[in-house]
Design a binder for this molecule. Sequence first.
Ligand code: ADP
Length: 286
Amino acid sequence: MNTIEPKNVSSKTPPREAPLVVVKIGGAAGIDFAPLACDAAAVIRAGQRLTIVHGGSDATNTLSQRLGREPTFITSPSGHTSRRTDRETLEIFQMACRGIVNQSLVRHLLLAGVDAVGLSGLDARLWSGPRKAAVRAIEEGRVRIIRDDYTGAVERVDPRVLHALLDNHFTPVISPPAISEALEPINVDADRAAAQTAIALGAHTLVLLSNVPGVLRSFGDEDSIIRCVLRSGIGSLDEVAQGRMKNKVLAAREALEGGVSRVIIGDARVPHPLSMALEGAGTVFA
Ligand code: ADP
């Protein structure tokens, strides 16, 4: 039988007081975990501690289609688009995030020699917040109230389980869902959950890696990247950051307001995505 021996980096793990970075890896298509995992191992060897957060949007769409269910999205009256998460979609979302994306990412990290541990926001009530009692959606020009949606937002992060792992030189890898006050799984935005996690852990940097080089002034033109945004100027991005980029900018704002020193929106598709982002490639918020 062929076996792959993991290159264990734990003998060179950073001390407990080493700087802490929270990195969120996008759930969109086209992101290769192998180079990301090798780069994460290099960052840990260089003396930083990592907590990794990921989403699962593309995996949820793919699994849903394989199960014969077309993914459905709803648009709020303010123009925000989100996944319609009824009970069955919630289960598919859980399978995709935890069963597919989380375990694949953990496996790649283990192969790169990182002692990665996968967990969801539901475990140990790590990510909790209210489930929306009603979701408003625009359908054929009219507002429809949806009451069976399992969505919400992370309002509290209990970092104890993360500290327990980090103190023992494990690298936590966190996937949605979060857990509601009534202890139901809820679909949450992973960028904003990553921001709350960085705040709760006292991380100095939050990195949001996606399938774009950063925030683009002119969407579609990768040369139009905005290099640096001061916290006083985040409001000026309201016009350029459209669609799902809005949540990343909001996450950046929340992290800075919560005491994180630096947020970087960087490219997950390059050979050394995390190292490059930490060196300032992408859009840096400070
Ligand atoms: P992920 O799943 O990787 O977290 P999202 O799909 O949630 O990423 O958000 C990134 C997407 O935001 C990009 O793929 C792009 O389609 C969209 N986007 C909208 N406006 C911008 C912009 N100004 N600059 C960059 N990306 C943008």
